[in-house]
Design a protein around this ligand. Structure first.
Ligand SMILES: Cc1cc2nc3c(=O)[nH]c(=O)nc-3n(C[C@H](O)[C@H](O)[C@H](O)COP(=O)(O)OP(=O)(O)OC[C@H]3O[C@@H](n4cnc5c(N)ncnc54)[C@H](O)[C@@H]3O)c2cc1C
Length: 361
């Protein structure tokens, strides 16, 4: 975002509470990127973003660790018709997605094929390295003159003329535009300016296995019926499951009872989980920034001129970061609607009671 703005000639200061980049949710994600979404607006964010990651080295000279290991979605009969509707949207927009039978899909990763109608595989989908990517953007932004201030928590925000005065313990910044990209903490930052924002933190746990004896790299595989997901992480398996009962808030730590539940759920589709050794010390947790419709808020705040929110990514912030950066720069620099259309993600969908419709994977 900062880089996109600076590229358009804007003077940008980034205020970061932590001592280094990628210490929020970005450094704790599963690092997945995919084009397989159910609504056009999300597919378009991916179709902008994935080629940026894929071609990062050629375009900008940095490695961001993009590996197209694929996303494999295993779909039960009751979701198959709507899933194929989504595939039609993806194909119409030019997203490469293959429709497979369960038997074909089993070539990618071992699973029980019973109770599945089909599968889809996205060959562009895969993973990046969020640390490498963040450091690449920071380096590129610095080269364009962006100032980064770490250990600079925003503590107070108030109007100053037609702009803002943003205060941290180590000094204040005056600016014409304020971009709130504080992830799971975005509602707190908005509240400093007296603004409401429907974004709440939600703890998400993610688990790591011991090494498994299979030379294949498993794609990011989602058992859509149960929600269990897994992928290869080197010789190990990274896996998890969204907990719908997890209360919003900054809960901390891993819960053994949840791990038990995830394992019991996973073993039904992936019987080899019964023999999986778990590396609890290598497992971790972080925060989703969740909105009521599990889609981001990208756009001007209705109650404050010169304030843009870019948050609430609800588990998709890594994969949609390039498009978001571009869209925010276009909004601020006056060339919107430009390359990236984020109108579906504006605040007005909440006031019009018109949520972004999307299945949560
Ligand atoms: C377990 C897990 C798995 C995930 N898997 C995926 C995935 O596979 N693919 C995907 O695309 N996404 C995934 N996500 C979501 C993804 O991590 C987030 O959507 C993304 O990192 C959001 O980026 P961000 O920059 O908005 O937020 P963050 O990376 O959290 O950055 C926000 C920053 O704001 C700073 N901040 C907060 N308050 C203040 C303040 N008052 N002043 C100054 N700075 C402040 C924080 O320190 C932080 O560095 C996952 C998340 C988790 C937790």
């Amino acid at each position: 975002m900062a880089w996109h703005l600076a590229e358009r000639g804007a003077s940008v200061t980034v205020l970061e509470r932590e001592a280094a980049p990628a210490m929020g949710s970005t450094g704790r994600s599963a690092a997945g990127v995919r084009v397989q979404f159910t609504i056009e607006a999300n597919v378009r964010l991916s179709l902008y973003s994935l080629p940026v990651y894929r071609e990062f080295r050629e375009r900008y000279g940095h490695d961001v660790g993009y590996r197209p290991i694929g996303y494999l979605l295993l779909v039960p009969p009751e979701r198959w018709a709507s899933h194929l509707d989504a595939v039609r949207i993806q194909h119409r927009l030019g997203a490469p997605v293959e429709v497979l039978t369960p038997r074909e899909a089993v070539a990618y990763v071992p699973f029980r094929t019973e109770g599945l109608a089909g599968a889809t595989y996205g060959p562009w989908d895969g993973v990046i390295d969020p640390h490498l990517a963040t450091h690449a953007w920071v380096t590129m932004a610095r080269e364009r003159g962006v100032r980064f201030r770490f250990d600079a928590p925003v503590r107070r925000v108030r109007r100053s003329g037609s702009g803002w005065r943003v205060e941290t313990p180590t000094g204040a910044v005056a600016c014409g535009w304020m971009v709130n990209a504080a992830g799971a903490w975005s509602a707190e930052v908005a509240a400093l300016a007296g603004l409401e924002l429907p974004v709440v933190p939600k703890r998400v746990q993610i688990f790591l296995s011991e090494a498994v004896d299979d030379p294949r790299t498993y794609p990011l595989t989602i058992d859509v019926g149960s929600g269990v997901y897994l992928r290869s992480e080197g010789e190990r398996i990274l896996f998890g499951l969204d907990d719908p009962a997890q209360e919003p808030g900054f809960a901390e730590g891993l819960e053994p009872a949840w791990l038990e539940h995830v394992l019991r759920t996973a073993v039904r589709r992936f019987p080899w989980f019964a023999d999986l050794g778990i590396d609890v010390r290598g497992s971790w947790w972080g925060y989703y920034a969740v909105t009521p419709d599990h889609s981001p808020v990208i756009g001007p705040h209705p109650d404050a001129e010169g304030w843009i929110d870019a948050c609430g990514f609800s588990g998709h912030g890594i994969m949609h970061a390039p498009a978001t950066g571009r869209a925010v720069a276009e909004l601020i620099c006056g060339d919107a609607p430009g390359e990236v259309d984020v109108s579906a993600f504006g605040h007005d969908r909440f006031t019009r009671d018109h949520p972004v419709e999307a299945h949560v994977f």
